[in-house]
Structure formats: structure tokens, C-alpha cells
Ligand binder design. Structure first.
Ligand SMILES: Cc1cc2nc3c(=O)[nH]c(=O)nc-3n(C[C@H](O)[C@H](O)[C@H](O)COP(=O)(O)O)c2cc1C
Length: 382
């Protein structure tokens, strides 16, 4: 079976949830033996239809671009065309609509007896399957699109509609639910090729609700595992310095970065550690949320390590953060004995965060997850 998969997401493959779902669908199609050509519309030159209607007479478009030269012929030669689009204002996005408008040369208008106007195909048209992905967590996002698809192309041509909501949750590392959904999407690809439809059970799997909080907790736990593994091997480049000196340097370094993030030291330089109060909280220093983000980023960069953003709230002073970094990130306890009394709970951080998240409202938990995910954008996953 020859399949043309058209992806209208303008976002990069790394970010696009439509692409993520499409990749899985295509994987299933190929596993079932289909020949699949995936086209990313953002990479093609396609002009908008200008409504000249010349194609209604000549069956050829006025424009000469990738649509005329490449895509319309491919579209007509396919057995199945898959329209994969993000939901924009409860419909296909404009890139996809532009593509559909430009298939006009394949149709001609014709009048029925009762004066109702229909589009009639000039050729045998490919079957149509739709994949649409929305951010909002409800199926209502797809109602208008589904109505349009069925009304426009009719039951004979439309073989499958796959609609996935809550796509903002689809970021690695994937919890069990999202893995199940992606696997069901592979299954849908196979079914489309083998049976020319997607079975209701598979659709139910793909469209299942995700318990946001359970997913968040699972993601955070997985992220902590990954981030722990990633950071264990990193070493503070201060290892050759005397333990006491090293400790002082770490404290000073964090203080400086914190001060820089809050703008305190834009005009002055601190010469000695006496100038800092290592027990002062970051918030007490006047650090707001965006400054916390900057602080976190600068620390990771300057110390060549990675640690979750939320650690700043768990260890909110220079001293506490230094202890955390020394013990958990650099795995170096030399020289820290003298301040051991300050070491906070020996809790596994992910477990504590899970508990914290459980106490939050769903929206607050989502915010926590999104913060964690931001942090993880810089981490590559296996
Ligand atoms: C202009 C615009 C309009 C959008 N409209 C909706 C909408 O009506 N409903 C919804 O759930 N999401 C809406 N979204 C969110 C996208 O559907 C969502 O981010 C989707 O994952 C984007 O797909 P992509 O990641 O493949 O680009 C909109 C996004 C944009 C940029």
C-alpha cells in the first residue's frame, strides 16, 4: 500500500507532538509492509490558492511550486493520504488547510438537480486518514474537525480519525500511560494498512485520559533517576584543591552566582567570603522566579553539572545548596565534616518531591512538572 503522510506541524521534530504521534503511526504502517512517504509541509514551497478558478477549466493550477510539481501528483498516486495536523482554533492549522485548498484541481464543481452544489472528483481519490493533536485535555477540541472531515470527504473516503488531546504531557521521559498510547498508535498504523481502519479498542487506548498527577509523579521520579545517573559521573574541577579551601570556593562561587542573578553585584566585587551570608535564603536575597531560573542555569553552566531546578526550593540557602551539590552531585564529602550538622534530611530527593507533589493542586503539580521538563530540555535521553 502506498501512503502519503502529510505533516503540517510548523514545529521542530523535537518539539512537535504531531510529529511524535505521526512517527509512531508510520512505524506501525511500515511494520505492516506499507510504503510510506512522509512530507513535512513546513519544508515545502506551497502558495495559497488565489481563487482564480482556472483549474476548474484546465484541471491544472496556475501556481508552479512544490504542490503542482510534486505533492499533488504524489497525493493522487497514493492509496491512502494521512493528514497529520496540530489543532489550531479547533481545526487543522493553516499549513494543512493551504494544502487541502490546493488539491482543488483534482475536483470540479457540479450541480445537482435541486441546485445544491457538490465537488466531484476528476480522478480516483486516495482514502483519507486524519491524525490531529491538541493541547487542551478534551475531545471537544476535535468536534468541528471531525464534522468537517466527514462532511467534506464522506464516509467512503475517510477510513480513520485519530485524535489525541493533552499533548503537552507528551515529553520524555514517558510514563506508562504515554508509552501505552504511543504503542497503541503503532498498532493503529498496522491496522490501517492491514484492515483499512483502526479498531475501536485501539482508538480507546490512544484517546485514554491521562491522570495528570499520576503522570507527573511518575515523570518526576524517572527524571530524578536520569538526572542522578547523568550527574554522578561529573566531578567538580576543584578536586585538587585542599578540602577546606574547596569548600570555601564552592560557597563563594554559589554566592557570587546568586548575587549576579539578583543583580546585587552588578557594580561591586566581593573580595572575601566574609562579605557573604551563606545562611541567607535566595528568596530573602530578593531573588524572584525568573532570577531563580537564571541562577539555576548559570550554576549548571559554571559548575558543569546538572541538577533539578526544584532543588533551589528544597535547599534554599547558599550553605544548604553547597552541601547538596557536594554530596549528591559531585559525590565528594571531603572537608564537609565541620558543617555536617547543617546537612538536611537524608531523604531520597525524588521521593520527597513525589510527596510534595501529592499535596499540590493539579495545576500546581503541572507547573512543577513543566519546570522540571524545562530543565530536562538540555538532557538527552537514551
Ligand atoms: C495558533 C494556535 C492555536 C491553537 N489552538 C488550539 C486549540 O484550539 N485547542 C487546543 O487544544 N490546542 C490549541 N493549540 C495548541 C496546539 O494544538 C498544541 O500545542 C499541539 O501540540 C501543537 O502541535 P505540534 O506540537 O505538533 O506543533 C493551539 C496552538 C496554536 C499555536
Amino acid at each position: 500500500m502506498k501512503i502519503l503522510a502529510i505533516n503540517s506541524s510548523p514545529r521542530t521534530a523535537k518539539k512537535s507532538k504531531t510529529t511524535l504521534m505521526l512517527d509512531h503511526l508510520v512505524k506501525g504502517m511500515k511494520m505492516a509492509g506499507a510504503e510510506v512517504d512522509v512530507v513535512s509541509l513546513k519544508e515545502k514551497k506551497i502558495k495559497a490558492c488565489i481563487g482564480c478558478e482556472r483549474c476548474q477549466i484546465l484541471a491544472i493550477c496556475t501556481h508552479k511550486d512544490d504542490m503542482t510539481n510534486e505533492l499533488l501528483p504524489k497525493w493522487l498516486a497514493s492509496d491512502l493520504v494521512l493528514y497529520a495536523s496540530p489543532i489550531y482554533f479547533r481545526f487543522f492549522n493553516s499549513l494543512m488547510k493551504k494544502f487541502i485548498d490546493r488539491t482543488y484541481p483534482a475536483f470540479k464543481l457540479f450541480f445537482q438537480k435541486d441546485d445544491e452544489i457538490f465537488m466531484q472528483a476528476r480522478y480516483n481519490l486516495p482514502s483519507i486518514a486524519v491524525l490531529a493533536v491538541s493541547s487542551l485535555p478534551q475531545e471537544a477540541e476535535f468536534e468541528a474537525l471531525s464534522m468537517y472531515i466527514n462532511h467534506m470527504f464522506g464516509k467512503d473516503l475517510v477510513v480513520a480519525e485519530i485524535y489525541r488531546h493533552s499533548a503537552f504531557l507528551f515529553k520524555p521521559p514517558y510514563g506508562k500511560k504515554i508509552t501505552d498510547i504511543l504503542n497503541a498508535t503503532i498498532q493503529a498504523g498496522k491496522e490501517l494498512v492491514e484492515s483499512r481502519k483502526v479498531f475501536p479498542d485501539t482508538i480507546t487506548q490512544i484517546t485514554q485520559q491521562i491522570d495528570n498527577k499520576a503522570n507527573i509523579i511518575e515523570c518526576i521520579r524517572m527524571m530524578h533517576e536520569i538526572s542522578k545517573q547523568k550527574t554522578l559521573s561529573k566531578n567538580l574541577s576543584l578536586t585538587k584543591i585542599l578540602p577546606e579551601k574547596k569548600w570555601e570556593m564552592l560557597l563563594t562561587h554559589i554566592s557570587l552566582i546568586a548575587s549576579e542573578a539578583t543583580g546585587i553585584i552588578s557594580n561591586q566585587r566581593y573580595e572575601t567570603t566574609q562579605d557573604f551570608n551563606f545562611d541567607q535564603g535566595f528568596v530573602d536575597m530578593g531573588m524572584d522566579y525568573s532570577q531563580c531560573l537564571k541562577f539555576h542555569e548559570s550554576l549548571e553552566k559554571s559548575l558543569n553539572c546538572q541538577f533539578p531546578f526544584t532543588i533551589l526550593f528544597k535547599y534554599p540557602t547558599v550553605k544548604q545548596l553547597s552541601i547538596y551539590l557536594a554530596k549528591e552531585v559531585f559525590k565528594d564529602v571531603d572537608g564537609f565534616e565541620k558543617i555536617q550538622g547543617l546537612i538536611p534530611h537524608k531523604n531520597n530527593s525524588s521521593i520527597t518531591i513525589e510527596k510534595d507533589v501529592e499535596q499540590l493542586s493539579e495545576m500546581e503539580a503541572e507547573d512543577t512538572l513543566l519546570n522540571e521538563l524545562e530543565h530536562l530540555d538540555s538532557v538527552s535521553f537514551p
